[in-house]
Design a protein around this ligand. Structure first.
Ligand code: DLL
Length: 433
């Protein structure tokens, strides 16, 4: 199994922590000196740069949150002058002002390097033809994967998102071996391949680098059942870097985090106390090498576990588990906390359910309503009404027993829920206010 940067990816932990401390001290000093917002925040916390003596001292530093980006929109958090910035990206900003991050030349070089690590860990080789179906633009997915795959030596097809017919045409014409997309779009591609009668084994596809949204093990199995592909997961977020923060190795048992560039904490989202390995907490990242947009203790809202146990691949970098939810995508029905991922887990294990669903939250009088719209297979949908009713009852029961709340389940026609080329929208919240 190839390791791109053995020196850093298999680094001894003591050496790693010494490197992290040195880099963190430099980063905090730079933030203090160059970014008024951070100087004020550190000052409020009674902190001067020289106070950071050990990695544990990090815990006394203030968090950074999404609101800090909004308050400083667009470039108020940049730690360099604009003449050093060579690229800018942003998140979609569907819930307010977008998050903006800048890259210097050195930042871009590190970005390529870290995405390259992710690609090589997943199994990308120099002779691969890699089709990038992430959007190219302000979203970090397209360009990030592009830079990293090129560095790994693959031939990159910068397709961008959407235009499924063309994606399939090029996949066949160029003999694409590695596909890069969101897992929900890959499922859709698989569906179109089937509908067009293209035999999946006639494609040269062998590997998928999927990310930017959750891909449960059940979803991974669905993808691998549709396409002749080994599906791997990788994770990142605009605020901290974009893709390249972590990715699965060939063992596919957790995503190795580039700890030489990011100090990661996994914290109880309410108390802020660290949780033990294997316990679910919120990921908090401090980026210790970025020049333009360094982050101090950024609260991701992503919930997952960490494990420091040795990995058979030889990498020593900590692994994060699958993201099980976000602190802000949880909803409460009849006093019960529910994550969309818990709904998905139940649905994807039921035979006859297609991997497309939508959760619709509404309000009737003073009560919240909870509906789950689920696509079912053609055979089921076009079969007997009685069978469909019995199936609906079974889906409702399975959801109720797992979630402890009974949703209203609606079985819908295959192909009727919206497909997107980017991230799937699973929850529609129609509750007023
Ligand atoms: O989605 C960056 C990215 C692009 C990662 C391409 C991997 C591949 P944002 O648009 O800022 O950045 O969205 C970040 O998406 O906080 C998570 O909630 C979610 N997310 C990203 N990757 C994964 C993943 C990019 N592998 C937000 N599993 C994050 C689960 C993910 N959720």
């Amino acid at each position: 199994m190839a390791i791109w940067d053995e020196q850093h990816e298999s680094i001894d932990r003591e050496e790693l922590e010494a490197l992290q401390l040195k880099r963190l001290q430099g980063m905090v000093a730079r933030l203090y000196e160059r970014v008024p917002h951070y100087r004020a925040k550190l000052g409020d916390a009674g902190f001067a740069p020289g106070d950071l003596k050990t990695l544990d001292d990090l815990r006394a530093l203030p968090f950074t949150e999404k609101t800090d980006f909004r308050d400083n929109y667009p470039c108020g958090l940049f730690a360099v002058a604009m003449d050093e910035v060579i690229e800018i990206h942003s998140s979609s900003g569907t819930t307010g002002k977008p998050v903006v991050c800048g890259f210097t030349k050195a930042d871009l070089d590190i970005w390529a390097e870290l995405v390259c690590r992710v690609a090589v860990a997943a199994g990308v080789r120099r002779d691969d033809v890699a089709q990038v179906a992430f959007g190219y633009g302000m979203f970090t997915g397209g360009f990030g994967l592009h830079y990293g795959l090129q560095r790994a030596g693959a031939a990159v097809l910068p397709m961008s998102a959407g235009n499924t017919v063309r994606q399939l045409q090029f996949m066949q014409d160029f003999g694409t071996t590695v596909l890069i997309a969101t897992p929900s779009y890959v499922l859709y591609l698989g569906e179109v391949i089937r509908k067009q009668g293209i035999p999946p084994e006639s494609l040269k596809l062998r590997l998928g680098l999927f990310g930017a949204e959750a891909c449960s093990e059940q979803m991974r199995a669905q993808i691998e059942a549709r396409l002749p592909i080994t599906a791997t997961d990788n994770y990142g977020l605009t605020e901290v870097l974009g893709p390249g923060i972590s990715g699965e190795c060939e063992c596919r048992h957790g995503m190795h985090i580039a700890e030489d560039h990011f100090v990661v904490e996994c914290l109880d989202p309410e108390s802020g106390a660290p949780v033990a390995d294997g316990e679910v907490g919120e990921l908090v990242f401090s980026s210790v090498t970025r020049e333009c947009s360094p982050m101090l203790r950024y609260r991701t809202r992503d919930l997952t576990t960490l494990t420091h146990a040795p990995c058979p691949c030889g990498r020593t970098l900590v692994r994060m588990g699958k993201v099980v939810g976000r602190t802000d995508d949880m909803f409460i029905i009849s006093g019960v906390n529910i994550f969309p991922s818990a709904v998905e887990k139940v649905l994807f294990e039921i035979e006859g359910v297609e991997p497309y669903y939508r959760i619709v939250l509404g309000r009737q009088g003073s009560l919240d309503t909870f509906e789950v719209h689920v696509e079912v297979t053609e055979a089921l949908f076009n079969g007997w009404m009685d069978d469909l009713r019995a199936f609906e009852k079974r889906v409702t029961e399975q959801l109720r027993s797992a979630l402890l709340v009974r949703p209203k389940v609606r079985l819908v026609e295959p192909g009727s829920l919206e497909r997107t080329a980017g991230k799937a929208k699973r929850v529609v919240d129609e509750r007023p206010g």
